[in-house]
Design a protein around this ligand. Sequence first.
Ligand code: ADP
Ligand code: MG
Length: 258
Amino acid sequence: MEPVVELQQITHVYVSDREASLALDGLDLKVYPGEFVSLVGPSGCGKTTLLSIIAGLLQPTKGGAFVYGKKVQGPTPEVGYMLQQDYLFPWRTIFENASIGLELTGRTDERHLARTLSLLEEMGLEAAANLYPQQLSGGMRQRVALVRTLSTDPGLLLLDEPFSALDYQTKLQLEDLISETLREKNKTAVLVTHDLSEAVAVSDKVILLESHPGRIRKTFTVPEHIRLARPLMARELSGFNELFHEIWREMESAGEKE
Ligand code: ADP
Ligand code: MG
């Protein structure tokens, strides 16, 4: 099977006028169709850098990044990017915010707009379509951001800590909604999170990065019975805590080497 994402020996150096810092060092990664992969690791280990490279927003210093077999040369509609902050425009309604990707790609036809409306409905936002962002809660705004990301129908979603600004209960609900939605629509996803229990609950694979320089330390496969359960339920299953602690211990010992 062709991977959706393939990174070959990705190295990235940030250069400023005072110094050069090695953020990623010779990183290889493959993500296959329909997989939900989480990237975890200490702050500053290069998670956002990695996503930016896959998204085509940042050109790696060395190595090759491929999405659907094509070399990444800039952002494309096949890839959706969702961030911790929702970046909704305050002067646009929820529907206008949700359909902005269609405007930017020149696809504001009846069919696409109707699809966006039905995505809003799926997210329980139909009553909010004509409201403005400041009238919505944080959880609702992140759901709008998800609709905006999905409206152009990307096959690959990159999610950079999309739940971390939310309160705990909202976060659990949104994890559930996002993972169910992506599974149902058969999307491929890479999620960055600093929350190990979230990573185990939503993904098929958890990739632990270490820092200075950023490298893959270890990849953990989530057991099938946990993978198939909804994130909210997954936390209750046998084997969940064991895997959580295994990743935790590995992360701690990675920290000790510094
Ligand atoms: P993470 O998302 O895992 O917290 P980042 O990818 O944001 O990590 O950062 C990786 C490393 O690169 C960090 O040491 C960070 O300080 C550095 N870095 C990130 N962005 C820049 C930048 N624009 N200029 C210089 N250094 C940066
Ligand atoms: Mg980051």
